[in-house]
Ligand binder design. Sequence first.
Ligand SMILES: Nc1nc2c(ncn2[C@@H]2O[C@H](COP(=O)(O)OP(=O)(O)OP(=O)(O)O)[C@@H](O)[C@H]2O)c(=O)[nH]1
Length: 353
Amino acid sequence: MPPSTLVLPRATSRGSSVAGKAYWGMVGRVALTAATIDAAYIVLFLLLGSVPLAAINLISIAMYLSAYALIRRRRNMLGVTLIWVEVVAHSALGSLMIGWESGFHYYLLLFIPAIVIANTKGYAMPMVLGLLVYYLGLKSLCEYLGPLAPLPPRRVEIVNAIHVCLIFGMFAALASFYRRTILVAEARLLKQATLDPLTGLSNRGHFQTLASNELARCQRSGAPVALMLCDVDHFKQVNDHCGHAAGDRALVHVAQILSANLRECDVLARWGGEEFLALLPDSSLLAAHAAAERIRAAIEAHPLIIDGTPIAITLSFGVAQLQGGHDLQDATARADKALYESKRAGRNRVSLG
Ligand SMILES: Nc1nc2c(ncn2[C@@H]2O[C@H](COP(=O)(O)OP(=O)(O)OP(=O)(O)O)[C@@H](O)[C@H]2O)c(=O)[nH]1
């Protein structure tokens, strides 16, 4: 039997620093897989004529099933400790009984990535060194004592070959788990760094990156570019009369209508509290004005429904054309001035800057 199908990173009661819930789900599956492989190993060792090793696998199954039950009950620390004890003890017993050549010691190598990645309290290096000392000590002891329950060399070769195959599979599974964990974390970080958590639109920083790319493209092709800045009218009243949660829903509502009415190539962002900014590539001032009018009418036509009551929401717009040099800052300032003009003139309108 393999002492374990995987050696596990960081055992804390709160969860792994690497994965959390998914991690403990994976640990539980590892314990079950290891118990299943141990069951197969009982049959193998009986066929190879090693009753003591078959008996050891029975104990291993009990340990893995107990570890699984503990993890299910969220006693993660205890469960994972049981798995580690099983791996260490099983690799030692297997090596001592049928010899170092059986390859039971390969499973100890799985501890190396697990220890280094978990790096519990910064003790990774001493732990790896401790493992090395244990590994070499076990090798010397096996060579000194010789196999305690020897098998014919051909059968030892079979056991070794099975262990090699399993170790390949386990390292691949371990690497794949860490890879997936890193990719998920990377995607989450990227989302946090680029998107506004409430509306899911780009944040300011991300807008500037996307807008620069679009501007560079339009500059090369000589296509016109326009900016559209809009702001929810009397938004403070929505918060004051309907509550902050309703205010949040209103912002999401506006973001959805803006997204639905802009093109795929337009760059839209939540610019500030209740302010949204869109860069419209390949758009003249006239076209941008028409788009803003369309969105203004769509917002007006779709009031937000809170507890069955329609809440009228309107937007004021400032639209500006980017000039030859495509100075985003200058165009934003002009759009802002135009927006102010819309507010001053009574709101729910579009002004050009
Ligand atoms: N619910 C909610 N409110 C926000 C958020 N961000 C900003 N606000 C609120 O938006 C309101 C903006 O108010 P004002 O700047 O006075 O603007 P206004 O009431 O829309 O008035 P005008 O712009 O002049 O039409 C403030 O009360 C902010 O607290 C948010 O994420 N959620």
